[in-house]
Design a protein around this ligand. Sequence first.
Ligand code: ZN
Length: 103
Amino acid sequence: MSKQNYPKTEKCRVPGCKRNATIEVILYDFYDNTGTPFFERDSTCPFLCAEHAIENEHTAVGSRGPKYQKHKIKYRYTKKRPTTGFSVYLPLNGQYKMKKECL
Ligand SMILES: [Zn+2]
């Protein structure tokens, strides 16, 4: 997921929003029976501007809690198909970096 994979001007996918996206939306889950993470771009709402990401979080209803409850979280804009997991956000400008000692 390097910076060059993204066009410079992805738009926020909230209907009617004209702002440039600053965030890529990821659907995340962790299957604790197999130790397998699920980490995939949210096809129902792949990009958000900062304002709508904040709103999406502030209006989320439910829990990111343990297995079998994760699917209960509902968002205003993201995760619009029934599935387990919850939304996490990556900055589109490539600002996320691993610390050297983690590599
Ligand atoms: Zn927006």
